[in-house]
Design a protein around this ligand. Structure first.
Ligand SMILES: NC(=O)c1ccc[n+]([C@@H]2O[C@H](COP(=O)([O-])OP(=O)(O)OC[C@H]3O[C@@H](n4cnc5c(N)ncnc54)[C@H](OP(=O)(O)O)[C@@H]3O)[C@@H](O)[C@H]2O)c1
Length: 279
């Protein structure tokens, strides 16, 4: 099994360059797909309270032949649980559903700036980390202004920010901000949900040049830009192909040509963190 490149946060925490997304992996079939993915080499598994699959992920981790200690299990706190007291039990509930002594990485799912309770949620995560029931804490869909407020009001900077990131929405400035602050960037919907993006001429061309599939060309683009992609794949064939993409090296011209697909309205759906409020 080839070792995946690692990304390192400001506190030394590391993540592999490719992880497994799990949105819509549920039930027996989902648990079997997750266990198979881990045994094929995934060491980072995503999840969220709102995906209603923490039980499935926990089962997949338990059923894998791979030692549980080698796997970084992630979940996310939903918007309706931001207030302090709810955040406290939600963090515990997620851990119970996952069936773990400690959650490896717990993120705030969305900042919900209009609701404006994300600092309370963050304080609850800091507390859980101090108690040892959560190992590392981070956020998702946070803009620099939200990250700065967390640091200003709690003195603690997230280790990870999981954001929408794919060639239609390359987010170069946000990536640079993360790099400067030692925050690992995780890319959600990294292959654009395997829709129109994979038929783009430039992607097909890069894939052909390296004798790989279009999804692998997109994942190699993420690897070249230093982020952690978490493609969701239910089939073992896709899971293995996505892991193998980590060893494909694109040159600067190829990276730039793919980045040129970016456009200001490149989000897959209406999910601007300034206005999107996720329950
Ligand atoms: N933080 C957030 O707000 C947020 C938002 C959205 C998603 N996420 C996380 O990010 C993960 C990934 O995003 P996503 O699920 O939206 O989209 P994605 O990973 O970009 O795309 C998933 C789709 O790609 C297909 N696929 C996977 N590998 C492939 C390959 N090698 N060739 C062709 N098709 C392939 C999958 O099909 P099969 O399943 O059939 O293999 C699935 O239909 C989610 O699962 C979730 O964990 C987080």
């Amino acid at each position: 099994m080839t070792a995946l490149p690692l990304r390192t946060a400001h506190n030394g925490f590391t993540l592999p360059a490719i992880g497994l997304g799990t949105y819509r992996l549920n039930g027996d079939a989902g648990a079997a797909a997750i266990a198979a993915g881990i045994d094929a080499g995934y060491r980072l598994v995503d999840s969220a309270f709102n995906y209603e699959n923490e039980g499935t992920v926990g089962r997949g981790v338990a059923d894998a032949a791979t030692d549980r200690a080698e796997v970084i299990v992630t979940t996310k706190l939903p918007g309706r649980h931001h207030p302090s007291e709810k955040a406290r039990w939600s963090i515990e509930e997620s851990r119970f559903r996952l069936g773990l002594d400690a959650t490896d990485l717990h993120l705030i799912h969305w900042p919900n700036p209009i609701q404006d309770e994300y600092v309370q949620a963050w304080a609850a995560l800091v507390e859980a980390r101090e108690r040892g029931t959560v190992r590392q804490i981070g956020v998702s869909n946070f803009l620099p202004e939200h990250l700065e407020r967390l640091e200003r009001e709690t003195g603690v900077l997230p280790v990870v920010n999981q954001i929408e990131l794919h060639p239609y929405f390359p987010q170069a400035e946000q990536l640079e901000y993360h790099r400067e602050h030692g925050i690992i960037t995780e890319a959600w919907s990294p292959i654009g949900r395997a829709k129109a993006l994979l038929d783009e001429a430039v992607i097909v061309e890069v894939a052909r040049a390296h004798d790989i599939a279009p999804a692998q060309a997109v994942l190699a683009w993420h690897v070249a830009r230093g982020s952690v992609a978490i493609p969701k794949a239910s089939s073992l064939e896709h899971q293995k192909a996505n892991l193998a993409a980590a060893s494909v090296v694109l040159d600067d011209a190829e990276v730039e040509a793919i980045s040129a697909l970016g456009r200001p309205d490149g989000r897959l759906f209406d999910a601007d963190p300034r206005t999107h409020e996720e329950s």
